[in-house]
Structure formats: C-alpha cells, structure tokens
Design a protein around this ligand. Structure first.
Ligand SMILES: Cc1ncc(COP(=O)(O)O)c(C=O)c1O
Length: 406
C-alpha cells in the first residue's frame, strides 16, 4: 500500500474525519518561506504553519538555540526545579508586554493557556470571596481553543464547537459593539469573573476585525464593573497585526494575557499566561495555590527557541516588513472585490482575507492553490493568508495572485 493510503486510514489530522479524511500532502522539508512536498513541488507557506512560523523555516538562529540547549538538557520537570531558559524567557516576556504584567505561567499549548487564564480569573474571585462571579463574557464569533473550558468561551452559535452546545458550562456572549457591550455588562456584571477577548482580530471564528475603540470600551467597562480582562493574543501576538501585541492598537493593558503560536517562531509547542500582582496575590488568599502544572511545563528547548525567536524579531525591521506586507496584500487582493463570488476583502498587518459569498470547496481549491505554488488552508467561506514576515514582495504577489485566481 502506498505510504499516504496507509496514513489516511490510521493517522488523525486536525478537524478531520477518520478514516477517509480529505487529502493531505506530505512535506519533506521546509526552508525559508517554502515547503517542499514529497512530489518535489516547492510551495510558499501562506499560513506560517497556523500563524506561528513568523521567521519562516530552518532559521539559523533558531536552529542554533535548540542545538545549544540540547547539549545541556532537553527537558526537566518544572515542579520544584527551574532552569535558565525559563528565567530568560520570562524576563523577556515581562519586558515586552504591558507594564502591569509581572508573573508568567508557562503552558504547553494555546488552549492550555486559555484554561489557565480562566482558572486564574475564577480562583482570583474565589480568593476575594466573590464566588458568585463565576461566569465569563466573550465575543460573538470568538475562538479560544479546543479544550473544554476554552470551547465554552467560543461562540456556541457560530463556531466549530457548536456540537458541544448543551454539554459545556454556559457563559455570556456579546457583539463587539459599544452599546451591546454596555448592556451586557449592566445585565451580567454581578456574575462575571472576566471578559475574554481576541484583541482587534478574531481568528478562527471568522477572521473578523473590530475597531480599537471597542477594545478601549471593554477595558473601561471591566474597570467600572469589577470584571477582569483576559486578552487572548495567541494568534495576534508578536507583530501579526502591525503592533507587537494587538492590545497596543487600543493602548490598553489586560489583567491576564495569553501568548502562544508565534512565541517559539513555530518551532515547538509552548504558551504563556502573564498576569499582574493583584491577581497572583488574590489567587493565593486563604492559602490556595494555582492548581495547574503540565508535565512539559516550561520545556527548556521550547523556552530557548522562544527567547531566540523574540530576539530575532525585535532585532529585525519587523514593523516595516509587516507594514509592507499589509500594502502588498491590500494591492494584490483588491481586484477580488470586482468578482461576483466575493463578499468582502479585508487586510490588517500581515493578515489578508477574502470572504466568499458561498462555502469554499476546500479540497479542490487547495489543490488548485498548490498547482499555483501556494499552500493555504481555507475554511468555511474564507480564503486567507498570514504569511511569514520574511516574505519578499515577490512572495506576497505570488500568494495574492494564487488567491485572486480562485
Ligand atoms: C485566539 C486563539 N486562542 C487559542 C487558540 C488555541 O491554541 P492551540 O491550537 O495552540 O491550542 C488559538 C488557535 O488557533 C487561537 O487562535
């Protein structure tokens, strides 16, 4: 049996049927912005491996960071032990994130980070003897991950997790609209532990953008009504929207911040939750501690490569690069608006989205894109790209030409 025929009957893929899923393509190597497929085709990765590979692939500085760390140790438990890569990364994260955030919890995936953030908010309220504040407010079209608590703050009516409606704890949802937000806070504040948001850009729930004024209003309402603000910057963090963190568009500070994806430059799985003193102290009132501690917490290889990735980003002209990608995407995708099949085109930073009027025939469109030398993974009605920041004008033109020819 040929290799992939066996694979397709035994190996589960993300959001896929088993057996007989949609086709997958075998990658044999990745270098710069290119993926090389088993059939020898070389294609540009317009997805940055799901928002993570911001520097592209096989990056010398990142390879070296891992190789060097490997000489000392690949892993050691974090319970009762510590190591320099975790200390160095924590220092860097505290330095580059909003000034109020001073405590770092290393989680092992984005969804895991969201679980930790929600637990922190609940334990903070318990510590204040406000146990009745045990619900969350989230945005319509929100996506925060695939684990149970994370699914419960994904929009139940418009998300990939709608099947679980009825099985999950129920929380409150509101549109990113100032009047609607005011009403939601007024109605539910007494039972709200926190509001959780993807700042400015909502990703997997629809690749939607909302104005900075809405985020500013959310911060104000959280303060006014004694509700914590959790910013889930797992997708938006590390420059993707044109700011290092999307909260900077609104000049606000969250009480809890979740980071992931591009944290390690796409090399290894690692996430981080940052919080301020008020919350950390609140959690441990009455002698409680935060009951979370994954086996691979603060994996040294992941911490070392994350530190190297952040250094590389900050030493690069990333703002100019992202802003140039934004102009290239705007110019390259604008012609789509002429098409009867297209409902909307939107661009922010290094994110370019074509929203079609009808659902996309994903296997066919993907095959067509690959024939045109580009890897993308559309979903629903959305054909979108989040390319690596190292893409040249030519790479972006290549991606937008492939997208506009669909
Ligand atoms: C905003 C946001 N939060 C959380 C997650 C979950 O991260 P992970 O896939 O690493 O569990 C994602 C993943 O797409 C995301 O976009």
């Amino acid at each position: 049996m040929p290799n992939l025929a066996w694979e397709q009957q035994h190996v589960w893929h993300p959001y896929a049927a088993m057996p007989n899923p949609n086709p997958v393509y075998q990658v044999t190597s990745a270098y710069g912005v290119d993926l090389t497929l088993k059939d020898c085709r070389k294609v540009i990765d317009g997805m940055s491996s799901w928002w993570s590979a911001i520097h592209g692939y096989n990056v010398p500085e990142l390879n070296t960071a891992i190789e060097k760390q490997l000489q000392d140790m690949a892993h050691v438990m974090f319970g009762g032990l510590t190591h320099q890569p975790a200390i160095d990364l924590a220092k860097t994260l505290i330095n580059i994130t909003p000034t109020n955030l001073e405590h770092v919890f290393f989680a092992d995936s984005g969804s895991g980070a969201v679980e930790v953030a929600l637990k922190m908010a609940l334990q903070y309220q318990i510590g204040r003897k406000k146990d009745h504040k045990n619900k969350f407010l989230s945005l319509t079209n929100a996506y925060h991950g695939d684990t149970f608590a994370a699914m419960s703050v994904c929009d139940p009516n418009n998300s990939m997790h709608h099947l679980y409606k009825g099985l999950l704890p129920t929380h409150h949802f509101v549109a990113p609209d100032i009047q609607a937000l005011r009403e939601a806070f007024e109605a539910h504040h007494h039972e709200l532990a926190a509001m959780i948001v993807e700042p400015i850009v909502q990703g997997a729930g629809g690749m939607l953008f909302y104005p900075a004024e809405v985020l500013q209003e959310i911060r104000k309402l959280c303060d006014e009504y004694d509700v914590l603000l959790i910013a889930d910057e797992i997708a938006t963090g590390f420059g993707r929207t044109g700011k290092l963190f999307a909260c900077e568009h609104a000049d606000i500070q969250p009480d809890i911040l979740c980071l992931g994806k591009a944290l390690t430059g796409g090399y290894l799985t690692l996430a981080a939750v940052l919080t301020d003193l008020k919350i950390s102290q609140g959690i441990q009132k009455e002698g409680h501690i935060l009951m979370h501690g994954p086996t691979f917490m603060a994996n040294p290889l992941a911490c070392a490569v994350a530190k190297a990735s952040i250094d590389l980003l900050l030493d690069s002209p990333w703002q100019a690069r992202v802003s140039n990608i934004e102009s290239q995407l705007q110019e390259g995708l604008a012609p789509c608006l002429q098409s009867d099949k297209v409902a909307d085109v939107r661009v922010m930073g290094a994110i370019g989205v074509i929203e079609m009027k009808d659902a996309i025939d994903i296997p066919n469109v993907q095959a067509q894109l690959l024939d045109n030398g580009v890897w993308l993974r559309p979903f629903g009605k959305l054909l979108y790209t989040m390319p690596p920041f190292i893409c040249s004008d030519k790479h972006i033109q290549h991606i937008t030409q492939a997208m506009t020819s669909i």
